[in-house]
Design a protein around this ligand. Sequence first.
Ligand code: UDX
Length: 428
Amino acid sequence: MKISIIGTGYVGSVSAACFAELGHEVICVDIDKSKIDMINAGIPPIYEEGLPELLEKHAGKRLSATSDYELAIMNSDVSFICVGTPSDSEGNIDLGIVRAASASLGDSLRKKKGYHVIVVKSTVVPETTEKIVLPIIEKHSGKHPGEFGIAMNPEFLREGKAVHDFMHPDKIVIGSLDKKSGDIVASLYNGLKCEVTRTNPRTAEMIKYVNNAFLATKISFSNEVGNICKLLGIDTYEVMSAVGKDFRIGPYFLNSGAGFGGSCFPKDVKALIGKAKEIGYEPRLLKSVIAINEGQPARMVLLLKNKLGSLEGKNIAVLGLAFKNDTDDIRESRSIPVIKELLDEGARVSAYDPMANENMKKLFSGIGYYSSAADALSGAEACLIMTEWDEFKSLNKEFDAMENRLVIDGRHILVKPGKDIEYVGLCW
Ligand code: UDX
């Protein structure tokens, strides 16, 4: 099939490359010319494991990029909306980019003779496809469903593992108003051995939000238990390791610590909270998931102040700036509120992250950035570990250079902290 992908962020560029790998012809559409040029040159516009190889293989052959919506629509049968859905100041979803993309698609659809399917892949709150996207396309195209198809096909991609997750899904969800649209979208995934869940658009939208909200809830639940365990001198990881053996619970996403960051969990849980309140329901549990998560970074600094007293003028090393390992992405990273509070307390911060230094400099230009953990630790009076980078697991002699060997671990990452350091776990 011929596919067009609107938006070349990590969902759009990964989906484009993977659909090309599955044998489809793919045209990416973006307003950012630099991204278009990179994709056409076979260079990934974002960091994703496995993406460079796919773009090199398919760019200029099955895969191309353009800023021209009309060209893309005229030369494809299915268009995926993969644009961003950021939060507004209240934490509710901002559908501005989705609206704009829908209007542009509708304008191009007006000129197209044949049948065309529009698929929403962006994470949108329930009812968006039917009540926002569909009316805009009808208005701009002058056509009605039946003359074109509309569907909702959420992604379940982890940042850094998005290519793997696309090619090895444990579920494919397709919400459509009619069988024909859903069948066409389902056929695009024929190359993947995976059960396809067919439903309506709002259920597909809800499945995505509940998937993320449940994972976030598992983490905040583990953190609440972890905070209690800490007061009892119990290691949460021992507790959750046993609890995770229950086949109804499973061992994943039970890691307590500094909490969840990233461009999805915080945004999606808040958007679901916003949607629930909009329809008159008070989502108390979901609100507590956010509240617990937002409290974890402060607990790191509290542990530090309990140990050191005033932080005024003290040099504190922060190891890990990215929101998780194997990415340079600092969006909602738990180290952001920690660094802010350290600076508010008058501390000096020495930071190191294997990939995210440059991105954090855009937020905090006045702190020290180092090219290794050892350099960041030199002369520090304490160290906070904020991101679960594999290279932090083996840290040991690097702590010798510290002025005071106090290590507060927010990710249960240190395997052998070494007997001559004071090791403090956030929830263990
Ligand atoms: C998540 C979902 O996993 C993915 O399915 C969805 O499509 C997008 O959002 P991502 O945000 O890339 O993916 O990262 P993920 O690996 O899920 O981790 C999210 C955050 O939770 C990270 O900050 C991580 O450090 C934290 N985390 C994860 C925990 O604190 N504890 C855990 O047990 C697992």
